[in-house]
Write a protein that binds this ligand. Sequence first.
Ligand code: AN7
Length: 367
Amino acid sequence: MPLLQALRRLGQRPTMQDWPGLIEAYRSWLPVSAATPVITLREGATPLIPAPSLSRLIGRGVLVHLKYDGLNPTGSFKDRGMTMAISKAREEGSEAVICASTGNTSAAAAAYARRGGMRAFVLIPDGYVAQGKLAQALLYGAEVLAVKGNFDRALAIVREVADQYPVTLVNSLNPYRLQGQKTAAFEVIDALGDAPDWLCIPVGNAGNISAYWMGFKEYRDAGLSQTLPRMMGFQAEGAAPMVLGHTVEHPDTIATAIRIGNPVNKENALKAQRESQGGFLAVSDAEILEAYKLLGRDEGVFCEPASAASVAGLLKRREEVPANSTVVCVLTGNGLKDPTTAIEHNDSRFHTGLEPDTSVVASVMGF
Ligand code: AN7
């Protein structure tokens, strides 16, 4: 029985505090024990939002939902993996963590590490991290190192540092990250009652697609769902190593979160694609921006550009979606992360410098 119904039956008023965070909510599915200090900001339990405009666009009875993981405490799905990685680092006595990041991982690592009393070192590609994410890392008290190079280079450095010095790596090479992230698949099934037919997801380092696939399989194997989705991974055209089948030396896209040329989880992601009969496809920056604007304008959902790649991909492959099927698009990050892109790319009219006068305002309004 869904949680809210159960509470009402007991005569209790449900509040947000009933959600204990994903480690407690899914404890038996995760590698934690009574000895694990749970470091949580009550992440998870993000809404699965019906998308009527998108459903109408696709037609043929297809129902589209948005898994809005931008509503996590630091505004992205990275919180799911970070509550696990940081709790385990703390359990192991670590005093500092390190990651390379296109932005969201750094924000989540900073928030959870500091909450757990640890130092957080984050390496970011100088000049290619969205404003909101940089603001978060700084405000949460990380030590931010901006390197003149892309994410892939930063990650290579981070791996060497973590090998040689007493700091814990919290990129998705850390297996606890994907353990935490798989809970998003559990939530999708808990909400729909079964797995969707298609799962559309943006792919950068390819950790999240691997984590979702793990989650879908675990629930199916336990009898909590009957079916498995086709895993549809979407990359930006200028940063599409999974589509091209080789590393991209100089990845480039407006979706800086997925500006990654050499995904560390590529083997797992390929396995997810093969086992699920899914696919990888590239979408252009123009297609990403169209989907980004559509989500805001027609669905009332503000995500960051990388997240909109999942919807851009769905629209690009719409002919292949079976009639009457259920589709979930994962919106990995909040639109507020990247205000610059929103202000530069929208279809709204923005009238500036108006005289503070009622008739001026009314006339601009068209009255
Ligand atoms: C909004 O923060 O790699 O395929 O360093 O921020 O699991 O890498 C972010 C990735 C999609 C891709 N959407 O997920 C980082 C980082 C958003 C993201 C992805 C990212 P993966």
